[in-house]
Design a protein. Structure first.
Length: 281
């Protein structure tokens, strides 16, 4: 008899065969949900992890399925339970992206429509970061450009509040719940004017060592100029702190990021994946 349970940060290690360490690290975050399957002996035999998007904004709530693993029967039951769960969350649309064509065909049976495309996640090498640092070389960085480590918690919270008011969370829907130190405070950059943070480039280092760019935004009349300084400053800090084989991932979640990455990393492509969605309401 199979049992289906909630996966949290407390029991995530039991599902390590199905959920990698980076995703396990997300399971105590506000909008991540984990569903696990265990057999009669209590051994994990499958897992599903999804992330709610826009659940605290004026937008309709969506869901991104991040992990689906196990036997065909287990995955089918996990998807059934997932469908029940997201009904309670009032999700209107689900998304899934995978390089596994077999998985895409499995989910087609669950009502997903798939198309082959380039992944939104763009892998960036430190060699590319070096090129950016050379191109955007700033002889003397302005004093108002600071690492995240040098701003106060109050300044950070004030900026977060401003982001939430403007509806700008980047890739961190749970920005309101994340402390400053959750990000890489030595390489993430800020622009500060009259003691107020008005621009940020925030990165997070996952347990695997991969660095994820999660929020890149600026407010005010000098926004465009400040964004360039942030890129230059963070590029320098990355090169100083991390080894040459470090991998950075930028998710091209909107048109602005897509255009910027095409300019900064011309010729760099994401993996070929199968992107799917399903309307839930």
């Amino acid at each position: 008899m199979m049992e289906y349970i909630e996966i949290t940060s407390d029991n995530a290690e039991d599902f390590a065969a199905f959920i990698d360490e980076d995703m396990c690290d997300n399971l105590d975050r506000t909008f991540f949900r984990g569903l696990g399957a265990v057999d009669d002996s209590g051994t994990a035999v499958g897992a599903l992890v999804y992330e709610l998007k826009d659940s605290e904004s004026e937008e309709d709530t969506k869901s991104r399925v991040r992990v689906l693993a196990g036997s065909d029967d287990v995955k089918e039951e996990l998807m059934t339970r997932y469908t029940e769960d997201i009904y309670d969350e009032e999700v209107i649309e689900s998304f899934y992206e995978s390089a596994d064509e077999v998985m895409s065909k499995t989910l087609q049976a669950d009502g997903f429509s798939f198309a082959e495309s380039e992944a939104l996640d763009l892998p960036v090498s430190m060699e590319s970061i070096q090129k950016i640092a050379n191109t955007l070389k700033v002889t003397k960085m302005p004093t108002f450009i600071k690492p995240l480590s040098e701003i106060s918690v109050l300044q950070y919270r004030s900026f977060v509040k401003n982001c939430l008011f403007k509806g700008n969370r980047g890739l961190v829907d749970d920005l309101a719940y994340l402390p400053k130190n959750w990000f890489e405070i030595d390489v993430s950059s800020c622009a500060v004017d009259n003691d107020e943070v008005n621009a940020v480039l925030l990165l997070k280092r996952a347990p695997s060592g991969v660095l994820y760019v999660l929020l890149y935004t600026a407010f005010g009349p000098d926004a465009k100029k400040n964004l360039s300084f942030l890129i230059a400053n963070t590029a320098q800090k990355l090169l100083q702190k991390y080894p040459p084989d470090t991998k950075i991932v930028i998710r091209r979640h909107n048109e602005m990021v897509t255009k910027l990455t095409a300019k900064l990393f011309a010729g760099t492509k994401g993996d070929t994946v199968f992107s799917g969605n399903r309307r839930e309401a």
